[in-house]
Write a protein that binds this ligand. Sequence first.
Ligand code: ZN
Length: 237
Amino acid sequence: MSEPCANPAAFAGSSVSSDASGSAAHEEPTPHTSHDVLAGIDGGESAVPRGHDLVSHEESGEAMPAAFSERDLRFMKLAQAAAEQARAAGEVPVGAVLVRGDEVIATGFNHPIAAHDPSAHAEMVALRAAAQALENYRLPGCELYVTLEPCLMCAGAIMHARIARVVFGARDPKTGACGSVVDAFADPQLNHHTTVVGGALESECSAALKSFFADRRRAVRAARDAARGAAGSDELR
Ligand code: ZN
């Protein structure tokens, strides 16, 4: 996502929950507690669905009302790893993972700059790869995990793909289309397939974006200072 789509300065607030479908393939998180929340991305337990091992945000140190299953957190961790691929490529670090049951169908990371493609958001990349992998433009029964609240473009693609459930991390108060700016999924005339839940590992997802922009601001300042220094030395000569 481009910078305007992911301004970290305003990341804050509570989670977003939009449930307009009533037909999601997976149950909603319900308040519960568990102590082995972040037991690792794989840790040898990835083969076992853990949909009932839920943890509250209060217990994990985040003042959030929503709760997420250990399975949700595991897949969000994978999305965070994908986001780091975007960071390594110099792109705004947003990552997505598309799963069916416990099977990872596709991952994607944000790279519109390198691709010269305004649609190369993490969600779009993952949706395209999953559709290719399953040889189907519809992806019913699949879930999408993404580190940042989807924008309108991605929300539209998610609906067209008939994704059953979306779990996102950080809110995007600039272009978030899951409740932050608009809630594209709330209108049953538009959406009756997708359940959306926000705030999974929200603090970590938000911190990753903030650190990216902080680093970039530092680099810009350093370049500017270096340019000034060079100009100054030129004048001295
Ligand atoms: Zn998007």
